[in-house]
Design a protein around this ligand. Structure first.
Ligand code: XBP
Ligand code: MG
Length: 239
C-alpha cells in the first residue's frame, strides 16, 4: 500500500465552485438567443444534472421532454458552443467564487509537493477561465487537466479518471479524488481511486456510499485531514 498521498485530483463543477446556477443561466440565455422556448428551471435542472456534459444534457432533454422539439437545422454543438461563450462572460464578471477551503488546500498541497490534477466533464476553457477569474496568477500548476473534450464517455464512466492516472503515471490508490456528485464518485471509484465527497448545492441528496468520507465543506479541512481520509479508506479495505 502506498502510504503517501501523491496526488489530489479535483473535480470542477460543484467541487471547486458552485458553478451550476451559472451554467443554468448560460444554457437558458443560449436557448433564448436561439429563439427556443425552452427554459430550465432549478428543479428540472437538478434532474437534468444526472446527465453529465452540457451537450449530452441538451440531447437528453430533446429526446425525453415533451415540447422540446427542435427547429429543423438546430445543431446541438453550436448551441452548446454559444452557451460556453455566455458562461465564460459570466465567469469573467466575477459572479462565481471558489468554495471555502479550496484555495487554501491548493496552496498547502502545492507547498507539500502533492501533485494536483483536474478531472472534469466541463470544457477546458471553462476550467481555465474559472481559475483566471478566481485565483489569477495564484492558480496552482496542475500536472494534468482532463476535460470534457478529452474523453469519449463522460462521468460516471471512469475513462476521464483513467486518463488522469496515465498522465500522472500514478497508481490509483496513491491519489485522492475530490468530488461533489454521485456521478463523479462512481467514475473515480471505477478507476480505483479513493474519493472524498463534498456535496454541493445540487448534490446534497446524492448517494455517496463508497466514498472514503463525506464532508459538508472543505472550509476547516487541513491537508492532514485529507491525508487521513485516504489512509483510513485504504486500511479499512485491507482488513
Ligand atoms: C459537471 C457537468 C458539466 C456542467 C456543464 O461537470 O456535468 O456538464 O454541468 O458544463 P464536473 P458543460 O465533472 O466538473 O462536475 O456545459 O461545459 O458540459
Ligand atoms: Mg461535479
Amino acid at each position: 500500500m502506498t502510504m503517501e498521498l501523491r496526488s489530489l485530483i479535483w473535480d470542477v463543477d460543484g467541487t471547486l465552485a458552485e458553478t451550476e446556477e451559472t451554467h443554468r443561466a448560460a444554457f437558458n440565455q443560449a436557448f433564448a438567443e436561439a429563439g427556443l422556448s425552452w427554459r430550465w428551471e432549478r428543479s428540472a435542472y437538478a434532474e437534468l444534472l444526472r446527465v453529465s456534459g452540457g451537450r449530452e444534457r441538451i440531447a437528453h432533454f430533446m429526446a425525453t421532454s415533451e415540447g422540446a422539439n427542435a427547429p429543423p437545422g438546430l445543431v446541438i454543438a453550436a448551441l452548446h458552443a454559444r452557451k460556453t461563450e455566455i458562461y465564460n462572460e459570466m465567469l469573467a464578471s466575477g459572479r462565481v467564487g471558489l468554495r471555502p477551503g479550496v484555495a487554501r488546500l491548493f496552496r498547502r498541497a502545492q507547498a507539500a509537493g502533492i501533485v494536483q490534477a483536474i478531472c472534469t466533464t466541463t470544457s477546458r476553457v471553462n476550467v481555465a477561465n474559472l481559475m483566471r477569474a478566481t485565483l489569477g496568477e495564484n492558480a496552482p500548476d496542475f500536472a494534468a487537466v482532463v476535460a470534457g473534450e478529452d474523453a469519449y464517455a463522460k462521468k460516471p464512466d471512469p475513462e476521464a479518471y483513467r486518463l488522469v492516472l496515465s498522465l500522472l503515471n500514478l497508481p490509483p490508490e496513491s491519489c485522492l479524488a475530490v468530488e461533489d456528485s454521485q456521478n463523479g464518485l462512481r467514475a473515480a471509484r471505477a478507476a480505483g481511486i479513493p474519493v472524498l465527497a463534498v456535496p454541493g448545492e445540487y448534490t446534497t441528496g446524492d448517494d455517496f456510499s463508497g466514498a472514503a468520507a463525506v464532508m459538508d465543506s472543505l472550509g476547516e479541512a487541513e491537508l492532514d485531514d485529507i491525508r487521513a481520509v485516504r489512509l483510513k479508506f485504504l486500511r479499512d479495505r485491507a482488513v
